[in-house]
Design a binder for this molecule. Structure first.
Ligand SMILES: Nc1ncnc2c1ncn2[C@@H]1O[C@H](COP(=O)(O)OP(=O)(O)OP(=O)(O)O)[C@@H](O)[C@H]1O
Ligand SMILES: [Mg+2]
Length: 280
């Protein structure tokens, strides 16, 4: 543990700066703003001039108060919602529609209601071209991992919110995208399951070196998982600050919490969000 502590640092960065700026980025967000029409006929500015780079293989978390535009940022990157100003490039191509190789886990699970848990996962395997003969074993593996074996044949309406979230995570893992966009994926889970799935996500991420943008309200979760944490403020949504998380890898999602550097980072990020809330 001592060597872990020696290696841990916590320098804030300039917004937009990436730790692996030399490699071509997986995502580049340049001067992006987003407006929506309001019910009274006006226009609401929801995202204001955001610049952001996600390096290949980087794990980035976004935190910030409710309504500051975190989910909107993910939807813009996913191509599901068009930008109003600026541009977003994913894997070298400007985003005008959902790009290939991007997996989205929504804040509210979007399982197909008519399909069972197994079938929901199977459809993701079909989408990524897994041969039919290889699907049952992969489904069984994911159901075991997520503790859903007993619920394989249940429809989403007959399982709990936390189970639905796990099934949605199973579908994302089954699809196996290059870029994971995850909107509070562990929000409805109990502390123990969060810990298990956080570990599992880190294990999968470290094996496959996929790029992740992870939105959460849980600062400890963000610090425990990420290479970098961005604090947003708003509305309109802007990047307020950015923290490089130089805690060692491979990282034990639970043990890392004992490091003083971990606590220090969490406190500073909390302070950032708190100051914003007080100013409102
Ligand atoms: N389709 C839309 N039409 C109009 N306004 C929208 C739309 N989507 C988002 N907004 C507005 O954008 C703002 C930011 O919403 P967003 O869902 O991105 O916040 P958030 O940071 O994810 O919040 P939370 O932490 O509560 O999930 C809100 O004021 C919301 O009303
Ligand atoms: Mg949200």
């Amino acid at each position: 543990m001592a060597s872990l502590m020696e290696r841990a640092t916590s320098a804030p960065q300039t917004p937009g700066e990436s730790p692996a700026a030399c490699a071509p980025p997986r995502v580049k967000v340049v001067g992006v703003s987003k407006t929506f029409p309001t019910p009274d006929g006006g226009v609401a500015r929801v995202i204001e001039n955001v610049d952001l780079t996600l390096a290949e293989g980087e794990f980035l978390s976004i935190v910030g108060p409710s309504g500051c535009g975190k989910s909107t940022m993910l939807r813009l990157i996913s191509g599901l919602t068009p930008v109003s100003e600026g541009r977003i490039v994913v894997a070298g191509r400007e985003v005008t529609e959902p790009p290939p190789g991007v997996g989205f886990m929504f804040q509210r699970d979007t399982l197909l209601p008519w399909a069972t848990v197994s079938e929901n996962i199977s459809i993701a395997l079909e989408l990524n071209g897994t041969p039919p003969a290889a699907r049952p074993a992969r489904i069984a593996e994911l159901l075991k991992l997520l503790g859903l074996e007993r619920y394989a044949d249940y429809r989403p309406s007959a399982i709990s919110g936390g189970m639905r979230q796990r099934a949605a995570l199973g579908r994302l893992l089954a699809y196996g995208p290059e870029l994971y966009l995850m909107d509070e994926p562990f929000g409805a889970l109990d502390a123990m399951t969060k810990m298990i799935l956080g570990r599992e996500l880190l294990r999968i991420w470290s094996q496959d070196a996929k790029s992740v943008v992870f939105v959460t309200h849980d600062i400890e979760e963000a610090v425990g998982l990420s290479d970098r944490v961005i604090v947003m403020e708003g509305p309109p949504g802007r990047i307020k600050s950015e923290y490089r998380i130089d805690l060692p890898r491979p990282r034990d999602f639970r043990a890392v919490r004992l490091l003083p550097e971990f606590r220090d980072l969490c406190e500073r990020i909390w302070g950032d969000i708190g100051r914003h809330s007080e100013a409102e």
